[in-house]
Design a protein around this ligand. Structure first.
Ligand code: FAD
Ligand code: PYC
Length: 415
């Protein structure tokens, strides 16, 4: 793979751009692989990349039923932060945030990481106490975050109304090193780098069945034929329950649509991310000038990846008291993704009842920020056959043993 560089841009500029290569190969599937990963979202692609890069395991295929990055990875609102409450979560999300800081250099692909700061508003007394608790926990875990006053919030986000009649802003949790990245670029960057290391990414290839020999996996049935493998890793977010059923076990996961929308583009008016969880809305401004807006998850389980009028109305109405200037904006488009929610709002990175089948799911409304750390930890698990420190608490066993990792507040999106 030719490296992207300032020199490459200059070279191609003077020769009519004839030298650019396809970013990743599109091979036909081989008959057998050491590892098959189902799902070419960010988590599946990052797992493949770190398997090849960190563990030297390169006979890997990533099978994707649609197009890579077309699931939640290309549908999210790109917020990156690590201000979670529990130590286990803080560790993996902070690892991830740290990897994001240098991911463009590592992948040789501009993922447009923008550490613009993430502000989580407290608009009720209980919420204020919850964020104060998180700020203390973050300090103990070595994560930079701080409580800020309404006056400081007004300085950070001048367009905000901190004196609303129903939900005045009482304070906020500010993570200055949080931010955003271009979500498609994260998928494309991992795909290109993994492909360069020998990983086969096979799109339009749906897994329709799992082959077992007694207690162990032997391969997968797909729309492109049977593919054998020694190890199988399922990374399919909202479709996790469907794949688990194919393997023969049940997951404690519900699939729910989470929606978002963008406004018409306007001049720069806010340069950080603001989340207002009491009223169920959050907002940032894209490089194009659109306000990227999201709300709570749909109140019923479904597999429909699309938006609804009711959601636009609920979310925009919720945010208007805090951001009066959005009342006159036109909304351009909306969409939905199917998120995989666990009861404690923490992910599952685990072996399964079937030998050599591993699963990574349950990131729910908050897995974009986790892609690098999750891929890193899942690759360790698949390579060794068991998770290392970063992922060991996130096993399926925790639901049987009652060892919940409660992140219902830090998840920060109403469920
Ligand atoms: P996906 O990207 O969904 O990838 C799974 C892939 O598996 C899909 O491409 C799918 O086609 C494929 N697949 C499914 N079944 C099969 C099969 N049988 N065979 C082959 N392939 C299959 N997180 C944040 O951290 N910050 C945010 O701001 C944020 N905002 C969000 C806003 C919205 C509207 C949504 C929907 C989500 C948001 N999230 C956010 C959550 C985040 O997007 C997800 O947690 C994350 O993208 C999950 O990535 P993934 O790789 O696990 O799944
Ligand atoms: O996890 O920060 C988050 C988030 C914001 C919007 C959706 N998820």
């Amino acid at each position: 793979m030719k490296r992207y560089s300032a020199f490459a841009i200059a070279r191609e500029a003077v020769r009519h751009h004839i030298g650019w290569e396809r970013a990743w190969r599109s091979p036909e599937p081989k008959a057998t692989y050491d590892v098959v990963i189902v799902g070419a979202g960010g988590h599946g692609l990052a797992t493949a990349y770190y398997l090849a890069k960190n563990h030297g395991i390169r006979r890997v295929a990533v099978l994707e039923k649609g197009w890579l990055g077309g699931g939640n990875t290309g549908r999210n609102t790109t917020i990156i932060r690590s201000n979670y409450l529990q130590d286990e979560s803080a560790a993996i999300f902070e690892k991830s945030r740290g990897l994001y800081e240098t991911l463009s250099q590592d992948l040789n692909y501009n993922i447009m990481f923008s550490p613009r700061g993430v502000l989580m508003l407290a608009q009720t007394e209980p919420e204020l106490r919850a964020w104060q608790r998180t700020a203390h926990a973050n300090r103990l875990a070595g994560i930079e975050s701080e409580m800020v006053t309404p006056d400081r919030i007004k300085q950070i986000v001048p367009i905000i109304n901190v004196t609303g009649p129903r939900y005045p802003v009482l304070g906020g949790l500010w993570q200055a090193r949080g931010g955003t990245a271009r979500h498609d670029a994260v998928a494309w960057g991992y795909a290109r780098a993994a492909s360069d290391l020998g990983v086969d990414i096979i799109q339009q290839c749906e897994v329709t069945g799992i082959k077992r020999d007694g207690a162990a996996v032997t391969g997968v049935e797909t729309t492109k034929g049977m593919i054998s493998c020694k190890k199988l890793c399922i990374v399919v977010a909202g479709s996790s329950g469907v794949l688990a059923e194919m393997v023969g076990f049940r997951l404690p996961v519900e699939s729910v649509a989470l929606q978002a929308l963008v406004s018409e583009p306007i001049k720069p008016c806010m340069d950080c991310v603001v989340m207002a969880n009491t009223v169920h809305g959050y907002m940032s401004q894209s490089d194009k000038g659109e306000l990227v807006i999201g709300g709570g998850a749909d109140g019923f389980n479904n597999y429909t990846q699309r938006g609804s009028f009711q959601h636009i109305e609920e979310t925009v109405r919720a945010l208007i008291e805090t951001f009066p200037m959005i009342s006159r904006l036109k909304m351009l488009r909306q969409w939905g993704g199917i998120v995989d929610m666990t009861g404690d709002r923490s992910p599952i990175i685990s072996s399964t009842p079937v030998k050599n089948v591993f699963i990574n799911c349950g990131w729910g409304t908050g897995g974009f920020k986790a892609i690098p750390g999750s891929g890193w930890a899942t690759a360790e698990m698949v390579a060794d056959g068991a998770p290392r420190a970063l992922a060991s608490s996130f096993s399926l066993d925790r639901f049987r043993e009652g060892r919940m990792i409660d992140e219902s507040v830090a998840a920060a999106v109403a469920h």
